[in-house]
Structures are given as structure tokens and as C-alpha cells.
Design a protein around this ligand. Structure first.
Ligand code: OGA
Ligand code: MN
Length: 223
């Protein structure tokens, strides 16, 4: 399978003009935006993330929700730290504000009815991966858009750890894909329910912040 030409990639956008991003989302269902996060905000986030990582504040990621949660390192081996909207650090607050302006712009342009946002810091330690999956939980349709921002300085394609996004909604993992290099400040955003994706094995520690914009739907009981 060869890699298709990247169609959803946009030049870096400035401040709060998200129109090219909206257009790409409407047309392709995904968008890749290098330079989405300002250098200053990215630096602040990364510095804080490093400290939290080194202090052992991240937890091993599990699969599933509620009672079904299990750590399955053969499927995913990243470590997470959920952000608490009520207790954001200065860097996290600036990231959160930027995502909030994006949420408002997307609701205005695409009528998505996004009402809520959740996010976690993630680190894939050297040698780890996350196999192909969809982001929507089996028991809730709330997650609408997945938005990942990368925090890796000087990342080269040969460092691995690319996000492989399968771009054909019907064919999924049997169809074409694009590989997105997790470079500092880059945003990738896609419809959570339809795009299969995976994180390829990485040969360096790989830092990112992953968020989901949610729609207002009733979560089914977890029992
Ligand atoms: C996830 C995920 C992709 C990435 O956290 O669900 O697919 O590139 N992350 O970090
Ligand atoms: Mn995912």
C-alpha cells in the first residue's frame, strides 16, 4: 500500500482565523495544520509536560471505559495525564483557550453543536505504539472531533511515531492512508467516529496533547 498525496494539509494559520481548517474538515473530514500552536504556548506546555512526565505524574493508558477498562500494552502503550479544567497550569490554560476559540469557530462554520472539551497530555515512550482504532467509545456518541497537538522539537520522519490516518471512511484500514509526522505545534483534527488511525512505533519519547470536542448526547449507563 502506498501513501497517497496529502490533501488536507494547510499552511500554518495565524491566530484565530480557522477558515481553512473548517473548509478542510467540511471537505475531507480531517485537517492537518502545521504551526497551529504558537511557539510560546507550545514551549510553556512542553516544559510543564516534561516536568510532570519526569515526576511520574502520567498513568499508563487503559482501553475502554468504566468497569471494562484494561491496560493492554500490546494495543496501546502510551501514558496519560488528564487535564482538569478547574486546575489548569498557565501553559495548559493557553492551550485550552485556543481550543475554545476553535470550538466556537467550528460551531459557527460547521453547525457541529460542540458543547464540551476534554483533553490529556500523552507520552509514547521510546519503542511504543498504539494500534489501529476509532476514538469513539462503544457506549457513547459524544466524542465528535479528535484534535491532537504535537510537542516534539526537531522530530524527523525516521524517528517513527507518525500518526497513520486512514483517509477512506468506508475502507478503513484496508484503504489508503497518510502518515503525519508529530512535529512541534502541528494540529491534526478528524471526525472521531469514522477515521481509523494508529501511532506507529516511535524511536524517541513522543509528547502530545490530545483533545476531544464533544456533542451533547446522553451517555448510556456504564452498567
Ligand atoms: C489517541 C490517539 C494519536 C496520536 O490518543 O487516541 O490516537 O497521534 N493519538 O497521538
Ligand atoms: Mn485515537
Amino acid at each position: 500500500m502506498s501513501t497517497v498525496r496529502v490533501t488536507g494539509v494547510l499552511p500554518g494559520e495565524t491566530s484565530s482565523d480557522f477558515s481553512a481548517l473548517s473548509e478542510s474538515l467540511a471537505k475531507h473530514g480531517y485537517a492537518v495544520v502545521p504551526g497551529f500552536l504558537d511557539r510560546e504556548v507550545g514551549d510553556a506546555l512542553l516544559e510543564e509536560a516534561f516536568t510532570l512526565w519526569e515526576d511520574g505524574e502520567y498513568r499508563r493508558a487503559a482501553i475502554g471505559r468504566g468497569d471494562e477498562q484494561k491496560v493492554r500494552a500490546e494495543i496501546r502503550s502510551d501514558h496519560l495525564l488528564w487535564l482538569d479544567e478547574m486546575a489548569l497550569s498557565p501553559g495548559q490554560k493557553r492551550y485550552w483557550d485556543r481550543m475554545e476559540s476553535l470550538r466556537v469557530a467550528l460551531n459557527r462554520d460547521l453547525f457541529l453543536g460542540l458543547f464540551d472539551f476534554e483533553a490529556h497530555l500523552a507520552c509514547f515512550p521510546e519503542g511504543t505504539r498504539y494500534r489501529a482504532h476509532l476514538d469513539r467509545h462503544r457506549d457513547s456518541e459524544a466524542r465528535t472531533l479528535s484534535a491532537i497537538v504535537y510537542l516534539n522539537e526537531g522530530w524527523r520522519p525516521e524517528d517513527g511515531g507518525s500518526l497513520r490516518l486512514y483517509t477512506d471512511r468506508e475502507l478503513g484500514v484496508d484503504g489508503p492512508w497518510i502518515d503525519i509526522v508529530p512535529e512541534f505545534g502541528k494540529l491534526v483534527i478528524f471526525l472521531s467516529a469514522v477515521f481509523w488511525h494508529e501511532v506507529l512505533p516511535s524511536s524517541r519519547d513522543r509528547h502530545s496533547i490530545t483533545g476531544w470536542f464533544r456533542q451533547r448526547v446522553e451517555d448510556l449507563p456504564l452498567l
